[in-house]
Design a protein around this ligand. Structure first.
Ligand SMILES: Cc1c2[nH]c(c1CCC(=O)O)Cc1[nH]c(c(CCC(=O)O)c1C)Cc1[nH]c(c(CCC(=O)O)c1C)Cc1[nH]c(c(C)c1CCC(=O)O)C2
Length: 380
């Protein structure tokens, strides 16, 4: 990241009390790997690294409503920084949630402990699309995420880059139609079969909203962006290519255009399609710099499918963190050796589980660094 790029990051919804020139970045290893540049070790971060597996996270969240916390920039900043105080991570990801976007479009959501996110009035039929606010209205409703990013980027003081994120349109549609989590997503998939045109309309509204949201995140200080397509798996290849992939491509192209038009720096974009092994080849040509891989895919196969030309991110089984230290280190050794130390960002193959032992994450992070340094020393 150059000084010039840092300086150009001025918040559109800027808080006049907070200067928009951010501290210089001290560790750019994650950004270098994302851009496909050489790195002396493999950078590592962890999806959901700000989460319930940390006692300090549970303390801070205790008694607070989840989405209230998301709307509180100081709390988001603190929760984002917590894992960085414990572990030698190479990136921070802003504490927020993908469901703030449907909320900004006017849908009321609650986080019910033990049940997960729940919408009071899901979209049951196409006429319900009229309830949604415009992408333009959603844009201004999301100012609090941008305030959180701006504050966190300052508080990070250049330690590591700050990642912004959004849910991909299909994954957001799943929650909006299902009203919450589901193992089959059969209500949302029913829309694709029964109301294909209206499904495309809904996905278009979500794409428009996500594009502006992500451009605004960079304006507020995000230095990389990740799209979470968490419910790719239930679609299978043909529905994925018809409904999810075109939106992912649009988001990548339109965000990079939007950044250029707003005179903002280009930032690396990551796409993570959980259980979307069948889409890896197409995803590697969808306009993203990095493709995330879940733990069901062999690293060599992921490299083969993506043509060896793109940065990959992943893919340790989150449950490997329960293993004894020596076993975990062996797993990391195998993973790093198979992906290779270049064009690679180590991560879990999905978010860390709430009952993961924090020491496991520490072992994972340190092992990625040590093993990749020694592999690099062998080849140089
Ligand atoms: C599908 C999805 C959601 N949210 C998100 C996804 C995509 C990633 C994935 O596939 O897991 C993304 C997300 N959610 C959260 C982050 C924070 C940043 C990070 O540290 O990675 C990110 C990147 C915080 C959170 N989001 C949530 C928590 C835990 C709840 C809490 O803190 O009280 C956190 C830390 C809640 C949440 N939010 C959502 C679910 C399904 C849940 C779990 C509900 C439960 O387990 O009870 C929707």
């Amino acid at each position: 990241m150059t000084e010039q790029a840092d300086m150009s990051t001025c918040g559109q919804h800027g808080n006049p009390d907070v200067p928009d020139v951010f501290p210089a970045l001290k560790n750019d290893t994650f950004l270098r790997a994302a851009r496909g540049e050489a790195t002396s070790y493999v950078p590592v971060w962890c999806m959901r690294q700000a989460g319930r597996y940390l006692p300090e996270f549970r303390m801070k969240r205790a008694g607070q409503d989840f989405f209230e916390t998301c709307r509180n920039p100081a709390a988001c900043c603190e929760l984002t920084l917590q894992p960085l105080r414990r572990f030698d991570l190479d990136a921070a990801i802003i504490f927020s949630d993908i469901l703030v976007v449907p909320q900004a479009l006017g849908m009321d959501a609650e986080m019910i402990p033990g049940k997960g996110p729940t919408f009071k009035q899901p979209l049951e039929e196409p006429s319900h699309l009229q309830r949604l606010l415009s992408p333009h209205a959603a844009r201004s409703a999301l100012f609090y995420v941008h305030d959180a990013l701006r504050l966190t980027r300052h508080q990070l003081d250049g330690l590591v880059p700050l990642i912004g994120f959004a849910g991909a349109p299909w994954t957001l549609m799943c929650y909006m139609v299902e009203g919450g989590g589901s193992t089959t997503m059969s209500r949302a998939k029913r829309w694709l079969y029964q109301y294909p045109e209206e499904s495309h309309n809904l996905l278009k509204i979500l794409t428009d909203t996500v594009v502006e949201y992500l451009v605004d995140q960079v304006s507020a200080g995000a230095q990389a962006l990740q799209l979470f397509e968490s419910h790719a798996g239930c679609l299978g290849p043909s529905l994925f290519m018809e409904f999810a992939l075109p939106c992912l491509k649009d988001v990548a192209r339109r965000v990079q255009n939007g950044l250029r038009q707003a005179d903002l720096p280009a930032v690396p974009m990551i796409v993570f399609a959980k259980d979307g092994h069948f889409s890896l080849q197409e995803l590697s040509q969808a306009g993203y710099d990095v493709v995330g891989v879940d733990w069901t895919v062999r690293p060599e196969l992921a490299r083969e499918l993506t043509g060896g030309k793109i940065t990959l991110q992943g893919n340790l089984d989150p449950c490997a963190l329960y293993a004894p230290k020596e076993v975990l280190e062996k797993k990391v050794n195998k993973m790093v050796s198979e992906f290779g130390t270049q064009r690679y960002i180590a991560n879990l193959g999905h978010g860390i589980y709430p009952d993961a032992p924090p020491e496991g994450l520490g072992t994972f992070v340190d092992a990625v660094h040590a093993i990749s340094r020694s592999l690099n020393a062998c080849t140089n």
